[in-house]
Ligand binder design. Structure first.
Ligand SMILES: [Zn+2]
Length: 250
């Protein structure tokens, strides 16, 4: 996939310079990286290559955390989707790839307050790893330059409940089988039932951690990028009720 060097239209330079000047005036001691990350700024354009490439994987994770905090607090940045659409049409430079659940209540772009072109989002019930998701993550990182692979589980996950309940239904059966190792690996004192929310969330958490190991095991490409420090592979849990994302590490 060919990448264009930069935006060819809808140049946001003037707005950005204005923002930078404001940021510099407000806090001259702040390191450069903390105010040129456009995941966080008032937005009318998508991430540029320069902006994305200037971030380390840990800085990208930090931006995701800040974005989620804005969402949780109801202080999302004003966003011009049409401007973002125009600015990203000629090329995309997303900072992260998220493997999230199909669940309608866990839309990655919204809960991280990210815009069009900022993140790759792959969604499948139970945020399970499979060959196509691995290929998508390799595309995102090795070819497109994303810095973070985030496996995002969530509370009250229906797929996790289904795996616990041994649901059998067409192709879903095979998908749920990918979650079952997390059931076996979850140490839990108490009722091991899909009706026990604490247990369901514990399994979902294990499912995320096992997914991280599986990504490294099944994708030498991603593992090597992580070893080199080019990317970070990490996990998180989203709380449906509170709206917060808890980063679990790797
Ligand atoms: Zn789910």
């Amino acid at each position: 996939m060919k990448r264009t060097s930069d935006r060819s239209f809808d140049n946001p330079t003037i707005d950005r310079r204005h923002f930078l000047n404001m940021a510099l005036g407000a806090c001259a001691m702040t390191p450069l990286v903390s105010f040129n990350m456009q995941l966080a700024a008032s937005r009318n354009s998508s991430l540029t290559k320069e902006q994305r490439d200037s971030m380390t994987p840990l800085q990208v994770i930090d931006e995701l955390k800040k974005g989620n905090e804005r969402f949780r607090a109801g202080k999302m940045v004003p966003r011009d989707y049409l401007g973002e659409k125009r600015s990203s049409a000629a090329g995309q430079f997303p900072a992260a790839v998220v493997l999230g659940c199909l669940d309608s209540r866990v839309p990655g772009e919204i809960i991280f307050d990210a815009g069009i072109g900022d993140t790759f989002i792959g969604r499948v019930a139970g945020n399970v790893v499979n060959d196509d998701m691995l290929g998508s993550m390799e595309f995102a990182c090795a070819l497109e330059g994303a810095k973070v692979v985030l496996v995002l589980g969530h509370t009250a996950c229906g797929a996790v409940k289904g795996a616990i309940d041994d649901v059998v239904l067409g192709n879903l059966t095979g998908l749920l089988a990918r979650i079952k190792p997390a059931i076996a690996a979850t140490k839990f004192d108490g009722e091991r039932s899909s009706k026990n929310a604490t247990y369901v969330n514990a399994v979902a958490r294990t499912n995320v951690m096992l997914a991280l190991a599986e990504i490294r095991r099944r994708s030498p490409i991603l593992e090597e990028l992580e070893q080199k420090g080019s990317i970070k592979i990490t996990g998180a849990m989203y709380d449906l009720l509170i709206g917060s994302v808890e980063f679990l590490g790797s």
